[in-house]
Design a protein around this ligand. Sequence first.
Ligand code: ZN
Length: 158
Amino acid sequence: MTDTVADNTVASVHYTGTLPASGEVFDTSEGRDPLTFLVGHKQMIPGFEEEMMGAKVGERRTFTLEPERAYGQRMEDAVQKIEREQFGDITPEVGMMLMSDIGPFTVTAVDDQLVEVDFNHKLAGETLEFSVEVVEVRAASEEEIAHGHAHGPGGHHH
Ligand code: ZN
């Protein structure tokens, strides 16, 4: 029986992510279904899986991830200026999060002609603290391993 987080298991966890500098909770599964993921297939940020390897059902782990093991460092060339007219019907406003062909971005500044946008992940450059409790672990099916993601509750449905 599988009860330990390892490559090619499907783990369900409850987690809370905090920014240690401010204490702000940036994401949590509390009050929701647990997060379910296929372990060892880059579904999660790298440090999250590294820290949870070998954890057993019922075990809680708390760890801190530097940006290198979380969402990476901020990249200055991911901040770009775009002609306002390219937004078409959308009126860009600071703080707006939008989707483009090359991924999501945040509007960081607006003037009459140009809109400054930031393609960095909002947690890039941040040190993150996680508290994670393992709720369930099971062996992944061959199909899940071939697809690279978990199926069933909390996973992909297709
Ligand atoms: Zn699939």
